[in-house]
Design a protein around this ligand. Structure first.
Ligand code: PLP
Length: 456
């Protein structure tokens, strides 16, 4: 890159998340300068459709003036205040009230943090604290699932069930247990129906609970669909069966709606799409349309009572962030939720979501490199395989998914490759049918080029 360009200075100074830095020193970054609607533009002026809304988050696209104004107005009025030791301010309270009104199950209180990882760490510390507070300090273990993703800090990465996030970091921490992934395509036994597969997974969960002792387990943690693990859609009846097991053993259900929340699955919450009645709900990302960092934890009255109990039994809950409930991201989130209501985002996603699902299947399901097209609402994955009949993935060393990502970039679409070369689709919620066509035209060209490359 030219001397003193952003790209050259990036190579000189920036340490990136999830980046092969040896390759980065040679190839340099893709520098994004501006955005408009569902597109972003690089420093050469080339446009890209964002097929995953950045990191599953830019729900309203990249040029929403109302959100800019909401932030500016709040900055002029009260640019910062905190919520420690009983301090408060209107944006935090308004947002908490709006979330409780919209929750998929009765919720009592809302705690704010800055990221999904922090929110999930906060939940872990709520759970441990509340069980100490009510005299059950041994009820401490948490069950989550292989391939689930819940964040990257030491505790939230322990909830995460992806080997790459554990390996080399001595994770998971003790007391974090992982059960099987509800992915019928790869994990069902030959001939096993989706419902039988769901029953088997629920039975396996119960076996783990009985083996460990229910009195040592406080919570089960799950995304409604697994996002970063590859957009894995649970089989019908899975969550009903899991929830029944948890109720039998008095284990709380924590739902991680960081990606699924705010219409992604064709309902306000993923919990509604998959019949989950959570005791604790975590959201982030589309909460503020990604314009500023903010995450929220909603807790039921029962959980709140446990936490409140602690003040008299074990002392004050020693947890919180400088920016918990920061007024500026809170103001942006309030505006975001108002926009969702005003534009009838639910109606929009229910219209364009099925269109995207149908187009993905029509265009790619029959492709020799495509093993499975799966999805719901406005989220999907196209999984690339070496052997279509045998559902066999490519050797990861071949980096087939990342190669498609690179080719897609050339054709003007930013894609995301996940485990098993699953290509994610989670575009800004505002995407239109013609834009879905344009996105899939570009992806199609990249896939054709990859097919030719792999034949060589
Ligand atoms: N939970 C889920 C389901 C996520 O997808 C993510 C991030 O992608 C997180 C938690 C972590 O959020 P953050 O990256 O904001 O810490």
């Amino acid at each position: 890159p030219p001397r003193n360009s952003t790209a050259a200075r990036d190579i000189a100074y920036a340490l990136h998340p999830y980046t092969d830095h040896k390759a980065h020193l040679v190839n340099g970054p893709l520098v994004i300068n501006r955005g408009k609607g569902v597109k972003v533009y690089d420093d050469q002026g080339k446009d890209y459709i964002e097929s995953v809304a950045g990191l599953w988050c830019a729900s309203l696209g990249f040029d929403n003036e109302r959100l800019v104004n909401a932030a500016a107005e709040q900055m002029r009025k009260l640019p910062f205040y905190h919520s420690f030791t009983g301090k408060s301010h209107e944006p935090m309270v308004d947002l908490a009230e709006m979330l409780i009104e919209r929750a998929p199950a009765p919720m009592s209180k809302v705690f704010f943090a800055n990221s999904g990882s922090e929110a999930n760490d906060s939940v872990i510390k709520m759970l441990w604290y509340m069980h100490n507070a009510i005299g059950k300090p041994e009820k401490k273990k948490i069950i989550s699932r292989l391939k689930g993703y819940h964040g990257i800090t030491l505790a939230s990465a322990s909830l995460t069930g992806l080997p790459a996030n554990h390996r080399l970091f001595d994770l998971p921490l003790p007391g974090f247990i992982h059960v099987g992934t509800p992915h019928h395509y790869h994990n069902a036994k030959p001939g096993e129906s989706e419902e039988d597969f769901a029953t088997r997974l629920a039975n396996e969960l119960e076996e783990v609970i009985l083996r460990e002792g229910a009195e040592t387990i406080c919570a089960f943690y799950a995304e409604p669909f697994m996002g970063a693990g590859g957009v894995i859609i649970p089989p019908p009846t899975y969550f009903e069966k899991v929830q029944a097991v948890l109720r039998r053993h008095d284990i709380l259900f924590c739902v991680d709606e960081v990606i699924a929340g705010f219409f992604r699955t064709g309902n306000y919450w993923g919990s509604q799409t998959f019949n989950i009645q959570p005791d604790i709900l975590v959201c982030a990302k589309a909460l503020s349309a990604a314009y500023l960092p903010i995450s929220a934890v909603m807790v039921s009255e029962r959980v709140f009572q446990g936490i409140a109990e602690g003040s008299s039994t074990v002392g004050t809950w020693g947890h919180g962030f400088t920016y918990s409930g920061h007024p500026v991201p809170a103001a942006v989130a309030i505006e975001t939720l108002k926009i969702y209501d005003e534009v009838d985002m639910l109606g929009h996603v229910r219209k364009v979501g099925p269109y995207m699902q149908a187009q993905l299947r029509e265009r790619f399901a029959g492709h020799p490199l495509v093993g499975e097209v799966r999805g719901v609402g406005l989220v999907a994955a196209v999984e690339l395989v070496e052997d279509k009949a045998g559902a066999k993935n490519f050797d990861p060393a071949k980096k087939v998914g990342p190669r498609l990502t690179k080719l897609a970039e050339k054709h003007g679409v930013i894609m995301r490759a996940m485990t098993n070369d699953s290509m994610g689709f989670s575009p800004p919620l505002i995407i239109t049918e013609p834009e879905i066509d344009e996105m899939l035209d570009r992806v199609g060209k990249a896939l054709d080029e990859l097919t030719v490359e792999l034949r060589r």
